[in-house]
Write a protein that binds this ligand. Structure first.
Ligand code: SF4
Length: 216
């Protein structure tokens, strides 16, 4: 949709607001790296561990050295030796695996909290991790909070369409059928809202008194 709008009207949004479903690594990569759009959405991240061992977030990324530092200050690297033919190290899941050194982990006092069942610790870093970091940083801003409020308002309208106006599924077939049905439902919703706004009934249930004759 973003591409279509850009093609047709030469318009590109500065930010996009969405829920976690839009916070996947490829989607964030596309938004940040390809389109230069601010992603105002939570990052889809399943790396947090629930067994009290260190999560990926306990490791520090050092961009200049292209490595992670573990809580014991040791490096995790994608390649520990130079290869004759340079390798990208990108896996099928579009990640790069960073490994700690077996000799560092062997005698580490933190091993039980880090990699109790492995000889050394590994971290899979998405090739879109920089875009994911952009989304994480944006989450701390006031702009993100504002986006959240705005999203809530829009989501409420869709929820209303589905639950109250029963637009939980489309009855007409084809694109034009869907368009007609959706437009009709949106008109009905707007008329309802208009009627509510124009109603003299106070939201708390009482009548709105004419100006200069307030009800007590
Ligand atoms: S076990 Fe290895 S990776 Fe984990 S904290 Fe110790 S040295 Fe670092």
């Amino acid at each position: 949709m973003v591409d279509r709008v850009e093609e047709r009207f030469e318009l590109r949004p500065k930010r996009l607001i969405g829920d976690t479903a839009y916070g996947t690594a490829p989607m964030l990569g596309w938004m940040v790296e390809e389109k230069g759009i601010e992603p105002h959405m939570p990052v889809w991240d399943k790396s947090a561990r629930k067994d009290d061992t260190f999560s990926n977030s306990d490791f520090t990324w050092v961009a200049e050295a292209n490595e992670y530092r573990c809580p014991a200050g040791k490096p995790l690297r994608s390649n520990w030796r130079p290869f004759k033919n340079p390798r990208s190290h990108v896996t099928q899941a579009d990640t790069i695996i960073y490994r700690a050194s077996q000799s560092d982990c062997k005698d580490c006092a933190m091993k039980p909290q880090c990699c109790p069942n492995m000889t050394f610790r590994k971290i899979a870093r998405s090739i879109h991790e920089n875009a994911r970091d952009v989304a994480r940083r944006l989450r701390e801003t006031e702009g993100y909070q504002q986006s959240r409020c705005e999203r809530k308002k829009v989501e409420m309208l869709f929820a209303h369409l589905k639950r109250i106006l029963k637009l939980d599924r489309l009855r007409l077939r084809g694109l034009s059928g869907a368009q007609d049905e959706f437009t009709t439902a949106a008109i009905a919703q707007n008329l309802r809202r208009l009627a509510k706004l124009a109603s003299p009934i106070h939201p708390l249930g009482g009548q709105v008194a004419p100006a200069g004759n307030e009800m007590r």
